[in-house]
Design a protein around this ligand. Structure first.
Ligand code: COA
Length: 333
């Protein structure tokens, strides 16, 4: 049988503090009704001062290991847009917090598509025999990137982390990762960006502009590009896996906006009910979004053993992708 990376454990973690739409409406020109109707978001979780992405990632990783019944991994990949520091990467800190010893650990920066990029890298490492067990984590303290006065981003994003443990197995097992399709278009870099803090700003010799410290997004352009690219990528991943769209039991898309998820389902010809949705509870958690939605779908019973699951995301870069997996047989995490 064809070898494949197989999902052996799932874990999700969000910080305890909840920020409701009404709380945001007290300090921004927005309303619960606008946020719910335009995005589907009712609340998001936000880190307390001093808590960082590596804290969230380590907890999600710990839960994925526990779910798998293991206490070690020999490779850690962290997808994040909000690393603890610009240098070094966050993944070695996560590996240290998990007590994994001197394992290889690195970050992937592909914004909201980051988890799919990390999934492909983790699956490839398993298939190449470079690692027995890989922790693939998406983690964000995204609130730390947001301008407190920008209502167009402050209402959308939230903090959290999700993780999968991958092991070597075969393509006929529940949990198999079948195909991951990835793409990018750097001409769209300005649509989703934190302009400052990198070489571009430092080499410009110009003083730092306050607004460049924060995340910015051209929401409308992103909306249409996201729907188109996620649908296209999904069709590519499905055809390379040999699945018809009608065979997809669950669509777990990047939780950017409920309207985007429903539009992608519609373009694929899937009933809206097949989409797993937790954006109402957690907002857009960028790289953490897909694994948090997977942990949610497992907890609610929406994801069942052997379900054919389609994952898809679009994010800064621009980057996008889609993946096909069959759902594993795991205890509740
Ligand atoms: N509260 C109230 N009004 C708001 C608002 C807020 N938080 N944010 C924007 N508005 C206003 C705008 O100023 C605009 O007002 P105007 O008509 O007077 O100019 C109006 O609401 C509509 O704004 P628009 O940006 O056209 O709204 P939209 O329907 O496109 O929704 C997003 C905005 C961000 C929710 C939506 O574009 C989106 O989800 N984009 C994609 C995000 C995404 O996919 N991200 C993935 C990668 S990170």
């Amino acid at each position: 049988m064809t070898r494949a990376a197989v999902i052996a454990g799932v874990g999700g973690h969000v910080p305890a503090r909840v920020v409701t739409n009404d709380e945001l409406a007290q300090r921004l020109d927005t309303s619960d009704a606008w946020i719910r109707s335009r995005t589907g978001i009712a609340q998001r979780h936000v880190v307390e001062p001093g808590v960082t992405t590596s804290d969230l990632a380590a907890e999600a990783g710990r839960r994925a290991l526990k779910n798998a019944g293991h206490d070690t991994a020999d490779l850690v990949i962290v997808a994040t847009t909000s690393p603890d520091r610009p240098c070094p990467a966050t993944a070695p800190t996560v590996a240290a917090k998990l007590g994994l010893g001197e394992v290889p650990a690195y970050d992937i920066a592909a914004v909201c598509s980051g988890f799919l990029y990390a999934l492909q890298a983790g699956a490839a490492a398993v298939l190449a025999g470079h690692a027995e067990r890989v922790l693939v984590i998406g983690a964000e303290a995204f609130s730390t990137l947001l301008s407190p006065t920008d209502r167009t981003t402050a209402v959308i994003f939230g903090d959290g982390a999700g993780a999968l443990l991958l092991r070597a197995g075969t393509a006929d097992e529940p949990g198999a990762v079948h195909h991951v399709h990835l793409a990018s278009d750097g001409t769209m870099a300005d649509l989703i960006t934190v302009r400052g803090g990198g070489a571009e700003e430092r080499s410009s010799g110009l003083p730092v502009r306050e607004e460049d410290r924060y995340f910015r997004m051209e929401g409308k352009s992103v909306f249409f590009a996201a729907v188109r690219r996620m649908a296209q990528s999904s069709l590519t991943a499905l055809s390379r896996t040999g699945w018809d769209t009608a065979q997809v039991d669950r669509l777990v898309g990047h939780q950017a906006n409920t309207r985007i998820l429903h539009a992608v389902a519609e373009q694929l010809g899937l009933p809206a009910e097949r989409a797993v949705i937790n954006i109402d509870q957690v907002g857009n958690t960028s790289a953490a979004s897909i694994p948090l939605a997977l942990a949610h779908g497992m907890a609610t019973g929406e994801l069942r053993t052997d379900d054919r699951v389609l994952l898809t995301a679009f994010g800064g870069g621009a980057t996008w992708g889609a993946a096909t997996v069959t759902w594993p047989d795991l205890p509740p995490s």
